[in-house]
Every structure is written in C-alpha cells, then in structure tokens.
Design a protein around this ligand. Sequence first.
Ligand SMILES: *Cc1c(COP(=O)(O)O)cnc(C)c1O
Length: 379
Amino acid sequence: MPTSQNSAILNDGINHPNIDDVINEPSFFPEAYVSLETIKSNYASLSSFVTSAETSAVVKANAYGHGMAEVGTALLSAGCRTFFVAYLSEGSALRKALGSEPTIYVFNGIRSTEITAFSESNLSPVCNQVSDIASALQLDQRIGFALHFDTGMNRLGLSQGDMSEIADHIKARPPNLVMSHLACADLPGHEMNAAQLSRFSQIKSDFPESKASLSATAGIYLGEDYHHDLVRPGIGLYGGGPARPAGIKLTPALTLTAPILKVFDVPEGETVGYAATFQTRRPIRVATVSLGYADGYLRSAGNYGFAVLDGIPCPVLGRISMDLTTIDVSDLPAAPRPGDRVEFLGKQAGLEIQAEAAGSIGYELTSRLGGRIRHVWGE
Ligand SMILES: *Cc1c(COP(=O)(O)O)cnc(C)c1O
C-alpha cells in the first residue's frame, strides 16, 4: 500500500496523481480571491480625499480576512508608512513581512512581560491605561508610542481622570501619537460625533508635540475637522463600510466562491435542511454548496442569504450547516453542475448586502472567514 505522501506510482503500473495534490485540490474548496490592486486603489482613493493628513492602514485580524502579510506588502508599495494591528503577535508577523521601514502600532496595549518582544520587532504600543504607559517608557527611546483616550465610547482608552498621572509619566518623553475612537461615526447626524470631536480637540491641545488621530473609515467621511494628522481606515481599504461621499470610489477586494457538490430536484411540500425550516411550495431545483458556518458563512444567513451564479441570485434555503449550504437554483436557465462555483461575496454578491441578510456587517463576514478557505492573491 502506498504510505508515502509523494508516491506517484502504485504497483498497478499506472501513473497516479500525487496524493498531496489530490487532498488539497483547490477546486473542491471555498476560495477567497483577494485583489491587491483593488486594495491599493481603495487606499489611493481614501488618501486623495484626506488631503491634510496621513492615511495609515488597519490590518488587524488578518487584514479583515484578506491576508495581513499580502495586504501589508501591497500597501507598503502604495506608499503607506503606518500600520495598526490589535495583537503583539500580529505586529511581530507584520514586521517580518514588511521589513524595518514602516511604523507598526499595536492597539491592545503593552504588558510588562511584553517589553522585550515589542523591542525586538520595533513595535509601537497604543497605551490604553496608565500601566501600559509605564511599560512603554521602558522601551528604547527610538520606539514611539501612542496614547489612546476614551472620549465617550466607554470601551478602551485612558480617561480624563488619568491626566495628572499621565503628565508625571511623560514629561521627559512625549507620545508620538494621541488618538481616540468614534462610537457613532457611521451615523453622521449623531450628536456623539461633535461631542467626541470637542473632547478630543481639548485633549490634543495638551500634547502639542504629538500627532493626533481620531477617525477610522466612517470618521473620514465626516469631513476634514475629523482628519487631524492621521486617519486609520480599515474596512474602507477592503471596499466595505458605510455610505461614503461621492468623491470616494471604493471597490470590494474579496470574492468568496464555493463549489457545488450536488444538484437535484425537490418536489412540492418537502422541506430542506435541519429543523425543516424551509418548505417547498412548488417543485424546485436545489444545489448543495461546499460552504458552511465553519467557513465563516454565518448561520444567521439561513433562509435569508444568497449566492449568485451567472448573475442570477440564488436564495439560501433553510439552515446553514457546518460545511454545507443549500441554495435555490430554479431560476437559472440551465441546471448548474457539480464543481460549478457560486459567488457569496464579490462584485455580484455585495458584501454589505450579504452581511445585512445575515443580520451582520461586512466586517464580520470577511474577518470570520474560516481556516478551510483557500486564499488566492492576485491583481
Ligand atoms: C479597527 C479599528 C479601526 C479601523 O476601523 P474601520 O471602521 O475598519 O475603518 C480604527 N481604529 C481603531 C481603534 C480600531 O479598533
């Protein structure tokens, strides 16, 4: 029996395909195709709107599921020089991918046990509490750090009550960056925006030597008052996020497709899937697709989500299973075949529309793409 992974010839004399190639055959897996050119042009579009400030890139959570090293490398070549990640581990992987040039900030702070690791990878911590500042000040002087103030979101960041303690700490060494984060930037009329802007302006005046940063993607759209010295877009780089000004052209960078396993007809009065939540009212044609909630296609998309094949929407029927999704392909002019790929995200299946069908947001759909998805990066 062949036990070696590379045994190409069995003793039947026939040339068999390599076993590794068989078990990893890409056409049998869901695929996320990521257009790096699209991410670069989204970056260019955002930075040309933000004329008075630097445009950084937020590449946490594997660049929202798009591939941190590949996206980071593309954006470095597009001129981006400041990156943000959430974890020290993400920062150290990004440093390996990007080399020594760019500044890399780590949102989640720094603990005393992590000082050497931040130094080794030349990573700049974002300090969210006074204990972070104590650790940051033990880093080599060449490594900068940020202070993150909570201006009303009540999630993470230093409070105004911390100010006197902070002042003692940083007299000798001002932060490179002072930042905050908006809670309601995707609701342009919300009163929280102006309130947070005003608190942030006051805080920033206490740090005349530091750069200031308030806005992520949606904050950029609120206008120049919200841009300060540096903006921190994430979702916009990937072509998602809330409604934007007409001057900003963003295109979804990720196309998620999955192969059909089986196509079959179901008579009227039958049910489809777990708990029999979908009942046919007429004879329909069903395709079962190799994509499930283990791959990040949210279970809440059951009976609401959709796939697109040849430009025709195919509604999800019944519950999403761990590995499988059933779709209605009755409207297609000809029955699809096993192996045909259907689109769940991309130019035809819009990210935010699919997300809304799942009761979620584009951020969650791309960042939760599972480990079985095959990523392909291209132009
Ligand atoms: C994730 C994150 C961003 C990026 O937000 P988007 O809405 O994706 O642009 C910016 N700043 C902070 C603090 C974040 O956590």
